[in-house]
Design a protein around this ligand. Structure first.
Ligand code: GDP
Ligand code: MG
Length: 203
């Protein structure tokens, strides 16, 4: 397995700042505080994204070019949504930025939707899944902070969430950055997915 090397190539606060499409893009989405920055850092094994115990700080879209040995791609860190203490106006702006990105980006190949394993899909997670799938963009659900749920209860929780109707191109991956559970699995999934993606895009 090659190590992933990542480089921040752009921080965009509005759509006109998005970089020219270059590689296939894999975007990370989720509620603020879900553990997105932690997972991004674990995936690339570098401290490149800011981890915060104060939710709701990142409001930009960050583009990271990743060289993974085989297929270069761009990891896109979308702003966390749903942080209640932000004003409605501010939340709407973030939502618009995410919507602009997802609906207009032709090289977007996968949205990885991060969901806190303790809570499952909350109302705005279900909304996100509904409109992303309505746009026809493939989505993988990845659960975070799995270490917070006792080992013996994890399978049951996962089945419950799947049966309640989550949308995912594959069986959701259970992750924890405490102990690096599921991080290698997610890396392997992304590599295999991009391999297939490139095969069909090039032909
Ligand atoms: N127990 C546990 N805590 C985590 C995990 N991932 C992130 N956290 C904590 O959750 C908080 C938010 O993490 P961060 O990565 O900044 O979330 P973001 O807002 O989604 O980018 C921080 O206090 C992290 O230390 C995890 O896998 N397990
Ligand atoms: Mg973050």
């Amino acid at each position: 397995m090659f190590r992933w090397r990542a480089e921040l190539v752009r921080t965009a606060f509005e759509a006109r700042q998005f970089p020219e499409p270059k590689f296939p893009e894999v975007a990370l989405a989720g509620r603020s505080n879900v553990g997105k920055s932690s997972l991004l850092n674990a995936l690339i094994d570098q401290k490149i994204a800011h981890i915060s115990s104060k939710p709701g700080k990142t409001r930009s879209i960050n583009f990271f070019e990743v060289s993974s040995g085989g297929n270069p791609f761009t990891l896109v860190d979308l702003p966390g949504y749903g942080f209640a203490s932000r004003s409605k106006k501010e939340q709407d702006q973030w939502r618009k930025l995410i919507e602009r990105y997802v609906s207009s980006r032709q090289n977007l190949s996968l949205v990885i939707h991060l969901v806190d394993f303790r809570h499952g899909l909350l109302k705005n997670d279900v909304e996100l899944q509904d409109w992303i799938s309505a746009l026809g963009v493939p989505m993988l659900t990845v659960f975070t902070k799995v270490d917070k749920i006792a080992r013996g209860k994890r399978k049951g929780e996962l089945h419950k969430y799947i049966k309640s109707g989550l949308k995912s191109v594959d069986v959701p991956i259970l992750t924890s950055t405490e102990g690096k559970l599921g991080v290698e699995e997610l890396r392997t999934f992304i590599s295999a997915y991009l391999e297939e993606w490139n095969r069909y895009v090039d032909s």
